[in-house]
Design a protein around this ligand. Structure first.
Ligand code: EPZ
Length: 433
C-alpha cells in the first residue's frame, strides 16, 4: 500500500487551486440515471470514489466516459436495477443510485452499504422516505429490495433523524420524487451545499423543485427528465482543509482559489477566533498565521454549522494551540479514530463520550501513523506538516478517495512531502535482503 512521507516544519506559502466537490459529484452522477438521455458533468475531481461511481454506473448498464474532469453519462434505455455488494460496500455514496433506479425502473436491488470506521451509518431514513413515496421495501440477504410497480406517489416526508437531517437520504428522496406522481414535501431536509447543487442539476434535467437549501423542499413530480450539462461546485471540505493548513503554523500564508466563501463561514469564524488572519475575495480566501494560536471550542452540526468532515483537521490545529480546546461531535459520535494517531505524535487529547478535550502541546513530533478514514488522513497530513521530523502516513488509499493531487498541491506550497509507491517499498525490501 502506498504511504506518504512528510518532513515537517516547512512554511506553507503560496496559492492552491481547490478541486470540484466530491460529495456533490457523486449524487449528481447517480442522478444522471434518471433520464435515458446523456448528461455532461464538469469539474469532477479525479478521485478513487469518483472512479468507483463510474464503475457502478457502468455495471448498471450506462455508458460512462471520464476524461479531464468531465463525466459524460449515457444511461440509455437498458439500465439494470441491481447494484452489487462488491462495489456498494466500498463506497457509501453508492446508495445514491437507490432513488433514481426505483423511480425510473419501479424497482431497485441495492446492496446495503454498511457501517464504517466513522460510525454505524444506518440507512433507515432513506428507507422511510422511499416507503412514504409508496415503495415496498424489504431487506433481504444484505440488499435493499425496493419495488413500486405502479410508480411512486408524492407525499409529505419528514427526514429529520436522531442526529439531525441526513444528506444522502434527502438526496435519495429528492431524486425519487422528481418522477413520482404528484407533489412531495421533504420536511427536515438537509441544507448542505452539495444537496443544493444536486437540486440545481435536477432542475436542469427538467425537475420541478423549490425550497432546496432550506429544511422544506417541494418537488412536483414530472413524467420524464432529460439529460443536462452541469458544473459541480468547488469542494468546501478540501478548501477548508487548506484553510486549516494556512492557520496552523506561524509564517504560513495560503491563498485558496476556486472556493465559495459562503460555504465555509463556520470554519472561517473558528479560524479567526484562533487568531488566524483571514482575507476574503470573490472566489478565493487567504489564510495567514502570525503570532500565537488561541484555543477555540467546536461543535459539529449539520450545515450551516461546523462540518463533521473538518472536525479531525481542526483537531490537528488544536493539538498545537496552547491551552484547552474542546470538540463535541454531534453527527458521528464515534468519529475520533484519529485521536490515537495524533497521540503518537505527542498530542494530548482526552475523550469523554463524544467530546474531545485537547490540551495543546505547542509542538508535535513526526511518527509513523495509520490513516483510518478520509478526513482522519487529512488531519494526520496537517499534523505531519507542522511536526518536527519525519511523519509516515500509512494506508493513504483513504486520502485518495477525497483529495485530488494532494502531495502535488502541498509540495507547490513548500511542503516536503512525497508518496512512496508500494513497488518501491518492495524494491527497498529486496535491496535490504
Ligand atoms: C454525507 O454522508 C457525506 N457523504 C459525509 O462525508 C458527511 O460526513 C455526512 O454527509 C454529514 O455531513 C457524502 O456526501 C458522500 P448523513 P451521509 O446521512 O449523507 C445519521 C466524507 O468524509 N443517519 O447526513 O451518509 C448518520 O448516522 C464523508 O466526505 C441516520 O441515522 O451522512 C449520522 O449520524 C464521510 N439514518 C447523521 O444521520 C440514516 O438513514 C448524518 O448522516 C442516515 C443517516
Amino acid at each position: 500500500m502506498d504511504k506518504i512521507v512528510i518532513h515537517g516544519g516547512k512554511k506553507l506559502v503560496g496559492e492552491v487551486m481547490n478541486s470540484g466537490s466530491k460529495n456533490a459529484s457523486l449524487p449528481i452522477m447517480a442522478a444522471a440515471l434518471l433520464s435515458a438521455e446523456p448528461s455532461r458533468i464538469e469539474n469532477v475531481p479525479d478521485l478513487r470514489d469518483v472512479h468507483t461511481m463510474v464503475k457502478l454506473l457502468r455495471v448498471l448498464g450506462a455508458q460512462v466516459d471520464y476524461t479531464n474532469g468531465v463525466v459524460e453519462v449515457y444511461p440509455g434505455n437498458a439500465i439494470k436495477s441491481n447494484a452489487p455488494y462488491d462495489i456498494v460496500s466500498t463506497m457509501r455514496a453508492s446508495v445514491c443510485v437507490l432513488g433514481p433506479l426505483l423511480t425510473r425502473l419501479k424497482e431497485a436491488d441495492v446492496s446495503i452499504p454498511g457501517g464504517c470506521v466513522i460510525g454505524a451509518r444506518p440507512i433507515d431514513l432513506h428507507i422511510k422516505g422511499l416507503e412514504m413515496l409508496g415503495a415496498d421495501i424489504l431487506i433481504d440477504h444484505g440488499f435493499v429490495k425496493a419495488k413500486a410497480p405502479k410508480g411512486l406517489r408524492g407525499a409529505d416526508v419528514y427526514l429529520g433523524g436522531n442526529f439531525g437531517s441526513s444528506v444522502l437520504a434527502t438526496a435519495n428522496v429528492l431524486m425519487a420524487a422528481t418522477l413520482a406522481k404528484g407533489t412531495t414535501y421533504i420536511e427536515g431536509a438537509a441544507c448542505e451545499p452539495e444537496l443544493v447543487d444536486l437540486a440545481e442539476f435536477l432542475i436542469k434535467m427538467g425537475a420541478k423543485i423549490k425550497g432546496h437549501g432550506s429544511h422544506l423542499i417541494e418537488i412536483q413530480g414530472v413524467k420524464k427528465l432529460h439529460g443536462a450539462n452541469h458544473r459541480v461546485i468547488p469542494d468546501r471540505i478540501e478548501a477548508g482543509t487548506f484553510m486549516v493548513a494556512g492557520a496552523m503554523m506561524n509564517g504560513n500564508d495560503i491563498l485558496v482559489r476556486n472556493c465559495i466563501i459562503d460555504h465555509n463561514h463556520a470554519l472561517i469564524d473558528k479560524l479567526k477566533q484562533s487568531g488566524a488572519l483571514v482575507l476574503k475575495s470573490k472566489s478565493s480566501i487567504r489564510l495567514k498565521r502570525r503570532g500565537r494560536l488561541r484555543p477555540v471550542d467546536v461543535t459539529t452540526l449539520p450545515y450551516p454549522g461546523f462540518p463533521t468532515d473538518l472536525q479531525a483537521q481542526m483537531m490537528a490545529l488544536m493539538t498545537l494551540t496552547p491551552g484547552i480546546s474542546v470538540i463535541t461531535e454531534k453527527i458521528y459520535p464515534d468519529r475520533f479514530i484519529h485521536i490515537s494517531e495524533l497521540t503518537r505524535m505527542g498530542a494530548k487529547i482526552f475523550l469523554e463520550g463524544s467530546t474531545a478535550i485537547v490540551s495543546g502541546v505547542g509542538h508535535l513530533s513526526g511518527a509513523p501513523v495509520m490513516a483510518s478514514d478520509l478526513r482522519a488522513s487529512a488531519a494526520l497530513l496537517l499534523a505531519g506538516l507542522a511536526a518536527e521530523g519525519e511523519t509516515e502516513v500509512n494506508r493513504i488509499y483513504h486520502l485518495d478517495r477525497g483529495y485530488e493531487k494532494i502531495e502535488e498541491k502541498l509540495s507547490a506550497l513548500g511542503a516536503e512531502i512525497f508518496r512512496k509507491k508500494e513497488e518501491s517499498q518492495k524494491e527497498l525490501a529486496a535491496v535490504a535482503l
